[in-house]
Ligand binder design. Sequence first.
Ligand SMILES: [Zn+2]
Length: 314
Amino acid sequence: MSNKDQLWAAFAARRAEAIWQAAERREKVYLENPCLLEMDRAITEAGSRYCTAMATGGDAEELRQELEQVQAKRDDFLRSIHADLEPHFRCAKCQDTGMGEEGLCECFRKELIAENFRTSNLEQMLTDQSFENFDFSLFDTTPQDGLLSPRDNMKRIYQLCKNYTEQFDRQDKSLLFVGATGLGKTYLSTAIARALLDQGKSVIYISAPEFARRIEAARFKDEEGQLRQFMEADMLILDDLGIETHTPYIVGTLTDLMDQRIRTGKPMLFSTNLNLDGIQKAYDERIISRLLGHFTYCYFYGEDLRIKAFKEGR
Ligand SMILES: [Zn+2]
């Protein structure tokens, strides 16, 4: 079940519980105060007399006042005994239905984002890695071998990723980050994940070795529905592809997963330190053809930022 479906179920249970508890309180109050039944009966009778008068065109005003009086009497009594008959909903606005006037209630959206964040594996990661905090000054401005300077290259990739995230619902291609370590691949992956989570999308962010470990663990008994989560998340981010163990089972599962996601229009973001040649050596034709056909390449180059920062004493 997706996070959203689980949350719908939780909301339904929460609402039912609040209503149930109110009914229990009500029953107790009525048992302790039998006069309430009497008052209810008086209200029902006054109400039906008033309705009849309205329907038949009779003089309803006096009957309306009478109805208000018996209602007020009951309200006064309930107040005097501090009766608590209404359900205690967590969200007064949507009464725990999760629905607002225009789609989802704010409370539902908030919980969904928190839940998506929790299942994304990003909860523990740095929170300042966002598009807003990206620092282009770290990148070199010297053009390289007929290529753009690392900084201009980075600006191009950054813009592509930002647009990609902002128009996520219209994406039919996935992203492949290629390049050595320390060039900002992980930073941008995290920024994309964060931006999508803030939109209420479900994201799974996982390193390829951890991914392989979980696939292997779920091979005979997928207790946590791990495979389904990898298929259902709106975005699947696999970091450091190529350093995991490539058993035929893992490669086969990854291929199936890619096919499923491509078929259902769910994008992926893979990052790898391997160059194309390395990818070709590490994987069989099936994965290569999918990477070539369905992914937009982003090639990261330049000096390792961590080494650079160390040299410059940052
Ligand atoms: Zn609400």
